[in-house]
Design a binder for this molecule. Structure first.
Ligand code: ZN
Length: 293
């Protein structure tokens, strides 16, 4: 048997809290069964047999409840033997406060509490300081205003969750902002990521190679390439012209590979190639390189 006289108030209250929860769960179940039994006995469609069955079920929980009460007794006795100690309870709601007992006049019989057993046995000033803005002014009437207006270390789970969500949102927004490609002149977001900017550049350069500068969209493709490369180079701190050259070379290589393949397929299919019928980009390529074998 543990020596209760050497146990700390937090250790004793943690056990009482745990046993109390187990007992409350059983008491709830019994109350539910008794309510249902009453309903079955006196309701609109009485069913005495069912009522008896429910009452029997309720009675079967009683030994368990008594056993837990007995288990709690020595801990309660130790509390009494020491003349009691301070305790703190946090009301479980969005606006819950810290109280020194579960019978505070500002609360209701239905109020649900979390027992802050870590604070059991602490000086009242320490508890009030830890509770900060959550301290109940009825329970702690002498608490200084400057203590009751600051955020203490005791926090409501609902507040912590809200702060957690806000922090996650801020992190996500910061990550999005860090990834975004911004027009250095206007500050406008051009692309959500560097990858998206690179794709846009590659597509516009490819279009220019296939359809040439006479295409109605050619100006737009040139603008896209220019603004995207400028923004990307600014973001990465690299030289714009060097970046542009690299993109152009990459686009040339891709176009040459595809052009060669297309022309070969075309030749195999048709037996000959009429250069004037080709898209402008292929015409230009043939003029420069001839028809591939
Ligand atoms: Zn109170």
């Amino acid at each position: 048997m543990t020596d209760l006289t050497t146990m700390t108030p937090p250790a004793i209250d943690a056990i009482l809290n745990d046993l109390g929860h187990q007992r409350a769960k059983l008491v709830n179940r019994v109350e539910g069964l008794r309510r249902a039994a009453r309903q079955a006995r006196t309701g609109r469609y009485p069913d005495p047999a069912h009522a008896t069955k429910l009452e029997t079920q309720a009675t079967q929980y009683e030994p368990q409840i008594t056993a837990i009460t007995d288990q709690m007794q020595p801990y309660n006795n130790e509390f009494d033997r020491r003349g009691g100690w301070t305790r703190a309870f946090l009301v479980q709601s969005n606006s819950g406060h810290v109280h020194k007992s579960m019978s505070c006049s500002t609360c209701y019989p239905s109020t649900r509490y979390a027992w802050l057993t870590d604070y059991s046995g602490k000086d009242e000033e320490q508890i009030v300081y830890a509770a900060g803005e959550l301290g109940c002014t009825v329970c702690y009437p002498s608490a200084p205003v400057n203590v009751l207006t600051r955020v203490g270390e005791i926090r409501r789970p609902t507040d912590l969750e809200r702060e957690q969500r806000a922090a996650e949102k801020a992190t996500a927004a910061a990550e999005r902002a860090a990834a975004a490609i911004i027009d250095p002149n206007t500050g406008a977001t051009l692309y959500k990521t560097g990858r998206a900017a690179m794709n846009a550049i590659a597509i516009a350069l490819d279009n220019l190679r296939w359809y040439g500068d006479d295409h109605p969209s050619a100006d737009e493709w040139h603008r896209t390439v220019d603004t995207a490369v400028t923004a990307l180079a600014a973001k990465q701190g690299i030289d714009k012209d060097a970046a542009m050259t690299e993109f152009q070379q990459r686009a040339d290589k891709k176009f040459a590979t595809t052009a060669r393949k297309r022309l070969r397929e075309h030749h195999q299919r048709e037996g000959s190639i009429v250069v004037e019928d080709l898209v402008p980009g292929l015409q230009a390529w043939v003029r420069e390189h001839g028809i591939p074998a």
